[in-house]
Design a protein around this ligand. Structure first.
Ligand SMILES: Cc1cc2nc3c(=O)[nH]c(=O)nc-3n(C[C@H](O)[C@H](O)[C@H](O)COP(=O)(O)O)c2cc1C
Length: 211
């Protein structure tokens, strides 16, 4: 049925087989805060995540500081920047909190720096239920606990981190009613094949939307 419909449209796009080096196909950037061994806080920019209910899943490289920290201290905060914060995120991009810098990162231009708040010019604030700090400038901050860490069967470079959201904090000016985020006010920073984007205009909403 579907095939037939496709055959009848004049609009069939030609495809070609490609082998992109990365598959960052357009997901929100998050700034993950984790606890260093000396109880200072590391910030890691990430974009591999999804959320459903109170379950959040992250994809994190095994050779980074975030992974080392999460294995030792199973708490974190998922701080979600809006589009206007992209330069703060990009300031963090060439650094790792890992010392010595792993070979793969060294070969790709990363250097060590653990002063992530200073580098990014972002501001810490205490969390309510976990030890890693929240980032004041991020309109959404999700305190969370790590429930499971596993390695995908077909790849040994990354971990799949399962996380339970414990407490969501939202800037008041992006909220509507008691417990909703106003989608017309919230403009997440999107990582689109290594370029930063905000959102365009609204094109519609789902039947279950309450706002
Ligand atoms: C916008 C952006 C998105 C990124 N997404 C991811 C990701 O999803 N997973 C990952 O492991 N690294 C990702 N990286 C790379 C990490 O930020 C990088 O490895 C960094 O060194 C991690 O810091 P850390 O080693 O101190 O944890 C991303 C980088 C940027 C700038």
């Amino acid at each position: 049925m579907e095939e037939k419909a496709l055959k009848h449209t004049n609009n069939i796009k030609k495809t070609k087989m490609i082998k992109p080096k990365i598959l960052y196909y357009g997901t929100p950037v998050i700034l993950l805060t984790t606890l260093n061994a000396d109880e200072t806080v590391n910030i890691s920019p990430l974009s591999s995540s999804w959320a459903l209910g109170d379950c959040i899943v992250l994809g994190i490289g095994l050779d980074g500081k975030a992974f080392e920290n999460i294995k030792r201290h199973r708490e974190c905060v998922i701080n979600i920047p809006n589009a206007s914060l992209w330069e703060h995120v990009e300031r963090l991009a060439p650094y790792t909190g890992k010392n010595p810098v792993p070979d793969y990162k060294k070969d790709n231009g990363f250097t060590y720096n653990k002063e992530k708040y200073e580098i990014s010019n972002l501001t810490p604030i205490s969390s309510t239920f976990v030890q890693p700090t929240r980032i004041v400038e991020c309109p959404l901050q999700i305190e969370a606990k790590v429930t499971k860490v596993r390695i995908p069967e077909h790849s040994s470079n990354f971990a799949i981190i399962e996380i339970k959201a414990i407490q969501v904090h939202a800037h008041e000016d992006i909220t509507i009613n008691e417990n909703h985020v106003d989608p017309s006010k919230w403009n997440p920073l999107i990582y689109n094949f290594r370029h930063y984007f905000g959102l365009g205009n609204e094109v519609g909403k789902t039947f279950r939307s309450e706002t």
